[in-house]
Structures are given as C-alpha cells and as structure tokens.
Write a protein that binds this ligand. Structure first.
Ligand SMILES: [Ca+2]
Ligand SMILES: [Ca+2]
Ligand SMILES: [Ca+2]
Length: 290
C-alpha cells in the first residue's frame, strides 16, 4: 500500500515538474499580463494613490484602497491596515470554502485541477475530501493557535486557507514555522522537527504573508482571539504563531508572484471583499515587525 502510494506521488510530482519545465507553471503568467502596459498608466490603475506598492503584477488594489495607511509605520500602520481589511468583509461558511479554493487555487495550466501548497502537486478539483491522496483545507494559521475552529471567521478566511494533500496537511499539524528538521517524504523540500515546519522555498513568502495577514486582521474585537505573530516556536494553543524573524526573511526571499497576486484579487472581487496588504506591499511587514 505504502509503496504504491509512493509511486503515484512520484509520478504526480514528475508531471508537475515537467509542466513547470515547459513553462506552464504559475510564475510564467506574470510578465505577459502586464508586459504591454506602459509603466505610468499601469501604475495608476493598479495601486492606490501615493502609497508605493512596487512590483505588483496582478490587477492590484482598487484606487484609494490603502489611502488610510499612507505614510504610516509601526503600530499606526498595523491599526490602519486592520481597519482597511476588516471593512465590508463577506465571511464564508466552511462548506463554501471548498468551492472557493477551486477558483482561487486553480492550476494555471489545467482548469480542472488545484495546486497544493506544500507538496506543490496538481490534483483534480473533484478529488477533495478526507481520504488518503485527496486534498483538503489547510489552515496555514493552525486553527488550534487561538482555538478558532471552523466557524465562520478566522477558520474560514480564504487568505490563509490552501488546498493540501490530506496526509501532508496532517504532518504539518499545528506546528509553528521555522527552518530545519527532517525532509517530508511525501512533500520534498518541506522539513519538520518537533516544534516547527519549514515549507518549500517556492511558498516560504506565501506562508509568511498569510501569517502576517492573520495577525493584523484578527485583533480580538469580533468574538475570536487576538491573533499575533511572535518570535517563538512551540506556541501550542496560544493565539500566536512564529517565528516572525524567520517569516520576515522568507517574505523578502520569496516575493509575491502572479499566482499569489491573482489569488488576492479573486478573494477580494469574488469572495470576501478584502485583500492581503502584504501581497500588495511586502515592505509593510518590515515596517510593522522589523
Ligand atoms: Ca524547530
Ligand atoms: Ca512564492
Ligand atoms: Ca492581531
């Protein structure tokens, strides 16, 4: 049984590797979307006012979206971003998350599939569920850290929910994020030890920006815990997630790509009505926690 599954995994990985090698991967979509747009006119439609949102290749934030954060740093910036991303939010039910992920995490090279976060596999959209080799809903901010469960709220917030292979999701469990450990046998490039999980290089920044979003979005005023990043691992059930110093480095090393930006746009326009500011402007993380 184990042996057969292992073979299936390797072949799925091979297919993905080949498609990436052939230029069919998510990162290939970025330049063509904006390459023909003159920089000046592109910038005015893609970003808000005078706030410097550099490097964005997605549709980006609507004009004015971040105006209230303009020029701020530190706690004032955090507070302004909290208000911006907590206004006019349409929160989903946990069952609605299944269908949403089939849109936000669609494989750019195959519209009948989704891409999984840690394992990087392309799996059929229809193969969601709780069985071995199916995909399910990974809470990147582990739901036990603050005990928010799957009630409508942080547990159903698409900005930190991603498709993942059921058993890899189980391996990550509720570990904090840090570097080191033993490589995961089902998801090469991911490592874990007793108190932390290190995602593969391609999604290190994605993970960091999802955690930053959750820390700013949830401040304890909505019946759920105040979620906060800290510089520890082994946070257990405390409403904290670490290690922020490592997450800041990952944020710099793995900047937002077209897949992540498209996802942010879709969550705002089709589902929740709010954005992850750290995808639009990764430097804000340094200005709050650096
Ligand atoms: Ca560790
Ligand atoms: Ca990435
Ligand atoms: Ca918070």
């Amino acid at each position: 049984m184990q042996h057969v599954l292992g073979k299936r995994r390797r072949s799925a990985t091979l297919v993905l590797s080949l498609s990436l090698a052939l230029g069919l991967g998510a990162t290939q979509a970025a330049p063509s979307a904006t390459a023909d747009t003159p920089p000046a006119s592109g910038a005015t439609t893609a970003v808000s006012g005078s706030t410097a949102v550099s490097g964005s290749t997605g549709a980006g934030a609507p004009a004015g979206y971040y105006d209230a954060a303009d020029g701020l740093t530190g706690p004032a910036l955090e507070s302004a971003l909290h208000d911006i991303i907590s206004t006019g939010v349409d929160a989903l039910s946990y069952s609605q998350v299944w269908d949403a992920l089939k849109v936000t995490d669609e494989d750019p090279s195959n519209s009948s599939r989704v891409l999984t976060l840690y394992s990087g596999l392309s799996l059929p959209k229809s193969n969601n569920g709780g069985g071995v080799d199916q995909w399910n809903r990974e809470h990147v901010w582990a739901k036990s850290h603050g005990d928010f469960g799957t009630a409508t709220g942080p547990g159903t917030d698409l900005h930190h929910l991603r498709p993942e292979d059921v058993t890899v999701n189980s391996d990550r469990g509720n570990l904090d994020f840090d570097e080191g450990g033993t490589e995961n046998d089902e998801a090469p490039g991911n490592f874990a030890d007793g108190d932390s999980w290190e995602p593969r290089d391609e999604v290190k920044g994605d993970v960091a920006r999802m955690i930053f979003y959750m820390s700013v979005r949830y401040e304890g005023g909505d019946g759920f815990a105040d979620l906060e990043v800290n510089d520890r691992v082994g946070n257990g059930s405390a409403p904290n997630m670490g290690r922020v110093s490592v997450l800041l480095r990952w944020n710099a090393e793995d900047p937002p790509d077209a897949f992540e930006e498209r996802r942010n746009d879709l969550i705002q326009s089709e589902f929740q009505g709010n954005r992850n500011p750290f995808i639009d402007n990764p430097v804000w993380a340094d200005q709050i926690w650096g």
